[in-house]
Ligand binder design. Structure first.
Ligand code: NAI
Ligand code: ISE
Length: 335
């Protein structure tokens, strides 16, 4: 059986996902597109035989020929589309963030629970990355004993002018927020944000770099650097310090060169390339799960917990104080 997929939002990552659903992955076909920019949707449809453009995301969700929905529109529009898909009983893959506020995520959680079916997967692709999975396995197997501390960094070479301080949390560090909680299977209790001296490469509306300090329920301390104008490349680092040893996220494979009296390896420039395999694996996983009727992977509760944490980080960034991270108790549905 082929899963007939409708994609809402055909911008940068929407087009990337359409391409992988069409040319790389198996078991799915993109049959429907919608975007507020109708011209862009028409353009994207031109390369997809049989794909129909719908005037709105709502019309796409309601279409009889659409079995499942991919939401890759702007963050503030996610809630409405995910709720619409849930109401229609259709599996939905929603790019991060699930929604832009914790309250909105909670509305999604409640709507999903009310259907009694797991329909929502959030695009936290790091859980599908080979390196992160190997790191999690080492932790789960007890290789380094109980985790005590995590040091991590999320560095981008540069960001556009429209990227402002809050985005360092809600757009960028949100990946660490989800991945680290999954890695050590521990919820968070508080957050603090430190603002070192700004790089000269930033602008008036962006504190860069920042350091996020998070404490977990079991007492693990996390320090995460977000530095989005680091210049030299896209670099994701993670080191977990345990009672018996230290486990680090492997570097992406890269040829080691000995040349001109130097030993060197290339550093990627772009997150699309760094996580290209994990996007493929996450969407393939979603296709299989959607066909079986039970979506797995990062779920609406994970989206909610990430939003609660991001809200606390934003508050901490504004006040300079330690902000508590207070989430609802996890419903049995997501156990
Ligand atoms: P983009 O701006 O390139 O594309 C967004 C598209 O959504 C545009 O074509 C826009 O016209 C359309 N759109 C906006 N409002 C709409 C509405 N109400 N209905 C239908 N379409 C609408 O943005 P980009 O970079 O593709 O990001 C999209 C989402 O994907 C964001 O939530 C972003 O955080 C997430 N993302 C996730 C990444 C990951 O690593 N998992 C990487 C990049 C983006
Ligand atoms: C971007 O929006 C993403 O989601 C990428 O995965 C991330 O690494 C990048 O820093 C964000 O800006």
């Amino acid at each position: 059986m082929t899963l007939n997929v409708g994609v809402i939002g055909v911008g940068m990552i929407g087009r990337e996902h359409i391409a992988r659903l069409t040319d790389k992955l198996v078991g799915a076909k993109v049959v429907a597109l919608a975007d507020v920019n109708a011209k862009s949707a028409e353009e994207a449809a031109a390369g997809l035989p049989g794909a129909k453009v719908y005037p709105t995301g709502e019309a796409l969700i309601a279409a009889a020929g659409v079995d499942a929905v991919v939401v890759t529109s702007w963050g503030p529009t996610h809630e409405g589309y995910v709720l619409g898909a849930i109401k229609a009983g259709k599996p939905v893959f929603c790019e991060k963030p699930l929604a832009t506020t914790a309250e909105a995520c909670l509305r999604i959680v409640e709507a999903e629970i009310a259907t009694g079916r797991h329909l929502v997967q959030v695009g936290f692709q790091r859980r599908y990355d080979k390196g992160y999975r190997a790191l999690k396995k080492a932790i789960d197997d007890g290789v380094i004993g109980a985790p005590l501390m995590i040091h991590c960094a999320h560095r981008n070479p540069s960001v556009p002018e429209a990227y402002v301080s809050d985005m360092a949390i809600v757009d960028t560090f949100i990946h660490e927020i989800d991945a680290l909680r999954w890695l050590i299977d521990d919820d968070y209790v508080s957050a603090q944000v430190l603002t070192p001296r700004n790089t000269k490469h930033t602008h008036a509306k962006l504190n860069d770099p920042i350091i996020v300090l998070i404490a977990t329920k079991s007492g693990v301390r996390i320090d995460g650097e977000v530095f989005v104008n680091c210049r030299y490349g896209y670099d994701i680092r993670c080191e977990v310090v345990g009672e018996e040893g230290v486990a680090s996220l492997p570097e992406p494979e890269s040829v080691v060169l000995r040349k001109d009296a130097k030993l060197s390896t290339a550093i990627m420039q772009d997150w699309k390339l760094r996580f290209i395999d994990s996007y493929d694996v996450e969407l393939q996983d979603w296709i299989e799960a959607a066909k079986s009727g039970k979506v797995s992977g990062p779920n609406a509760w994970d989206g909610y917990f990430a939003a609660v944490t991001a809200d606390a980080c934003l508050k901490a960034m504004r006040t300079g104080e330690v902000a508590p991270i207070v989430a609802r108790a996890r419903p049995a549905f997501y156990a």
